[in-house]
Design a protein around this ligand. Structure first.
Ligand code: HEM
Length: 386
């Protein structure tokens, strides 16, 4: 096994192939010995402790625009909430929050709940978790909150734009991604233009602060950033549910399933890091980030930090402060999809447990794909009938 910093670290270097197979060992070592880790060959500092990550996410001198600049140059992506700061970020976030926030989710919940019930009713005696359950649920949930009726076309567009999440695409992948985004805009543009008063897309399009291009950008950001991670989290949540003792009985308890959904989100942390650039010298609990440095805030490591979470490797439904994790980030860029996921996941767990009380996994281990971003499991086959 090779080293992470100089010759001191007896663990795989961060982002090496062995790290991708098992990031936990490297992250534990970095949290303990090298919490502001200089990634060799880059100007990146990787933060791995919970306390540093939370402080960094909330620090006004760590810029998301600066953090995303290189990615924007490589991928040709336009200005968005995610890659802007200050007034520009607030201008885009306000209509985005109205489109995706708790009130919008409450309105969409009956449609989502009925859609999940129909989907589960239509399954045969076994199912491939990601393509047959998790991705269709991500599609119907996102479509319900956006008010999109053509699920088939939306699913295709969402799957096509998903690779745009990759923070370091090759030029060819970046070009393919931009073509996919253009196809998504060709699909949703006419829906936005023809949206009836009172519908989510109408409200978004008529927002005085933004242009039509901004509105399409908000929809594509939600689709690129939301669809894949929601599908992956749904796969992980059902998989881990089926590994809990007595899961059929506990999942019907609303308190249990809400706590479990929140903690499986922490445990998985599908978007494992966020990028920022220091505008000035920035003091963090573990040290100083010099002005100009690029920072990777390792959300996955923060959410596994034993200094903050007791038994971080266990998924527990009874944590005292269940929302204390950073899977959705923290501060100005806190995920606008959090309300949707917090609404949807407990419904999925309950519906699944009621509909398939005898379900079991064909193999019990969850196997992770060797990719850095997003953190993604392989699918798994579930036997649904006894
Ligand atoms: C499990 C699924 C998801 C996870 C783990 C997740 C995680 C995150 C994280 C960590 C950020 C902050 C990034 C940063 O600080 O640089 C973020 C931002 C964002 N997320 Fe999510 N997300 C998920 C699903 C969704 C969904 C379903 C939507 C849309 C419905 C969505 C919409 C957004 C938007 C619009 C932002 C940008 C907010 C801003 O910059 O102000 N996300 N998400």
């Amino acid at each position: 096994m090779s080293v992470a910093t100089g010759s001191r670290a007896p663990v795989a270097p961060i982002f090496s192939f062995p790290y991708l197979l098992n990031p936990g060992r490297t992250l534990a070592w970095l949290r303990e010995h090298d919490p502001l880790h200089e990634l060799p060959g880059t100007d990146l500092l990787v933060l791995t402790r919970y306390a540093d990550c939370v402080a960094a996410l909330n620090h006004p001198d760590l810029s998301a625009a600066g953090g995303q600049q290189e990615r924007r140059e490589v991928s040709g992506s336009p200005t968005s909430m995610l890659n802007s700061d200050g007034a520009e970020h607030a201008r885009l976030r306000r209509p985005g929050a109205a489109l995706l926030g708790p009130a919008a989710v409450r309105r969409a919940e009956p449609i989502i709940s009925a859609g999940i019930a129909d989907l589960l009713d239509g399954l045969g005696p076994q199912a491939d978790l990601t393509p047959q359950i998790a991705r269709p649920i991500a599609t119907l949930a996102l479509a319900a909150v956006l008010g999109i009726a053509d699920l088939e076309r939306f699913a295709q567009c969402a799957a096509d734009v998903e690779p745009v999440l990759d923070p370091r695409p090759t030029p060819a992948a970046a070009a393919t991604g931009q073509e996919a985004v253009a196809r998504l805009h060709d699909f949703v543009g006419p829906l936005v233009d023809a949206a009836a008063p009172g519908t989510p897309l109408h409200t978004l399009a008529r927002s005085a602060e933004i242009t039509r291009t901004d509105a399409l950008g908000i929809i594509s950001l939600a689709t690129i950033g939301g669809w894949g991670p929601l599908a992956e989290l749904t796969t992980v949540a059902i998989h881990q549910l089926l590994n809990q003792p007595n899961w059929g009985a506990v999942a019907v308890d609303p308190t249990w399933r809400t706590g479990f959904a929140e903690d499986v989100t922490r445990w998985h942390t599908p978007i494992p890091f966020a990028a920022r650039r220091a505008l000035l010298d920035v003091e963090l609990p573990s040290g100083t980030i010099p002005a100009g440095r690029q920072v990777l805030i390792h959300l996955g490591s923060a959410d596994a930090d034993p200094q903050h979470f007791a038994d971080p490797d266990l998924i527990r439904s009874d944590r005292e402060r269940p929302r204390d994790h950073v899977a959705y980030g923290s501060g100005a860029h806190f995920c606008l999809g959090a309300a949707l996921i917090r609404g949807v996941l407990p419904i999925v767990l309950e519906r699944f447990a009621v509909r398939f009380p005898a379900a079991r996994l064909r193999g019990s281990a969850l196997v992770w794909q060797p990719v850095a971003f997003p953190r993604r499991p392989f699918s798994a086959v579930v036997e649904l009938a006894p």
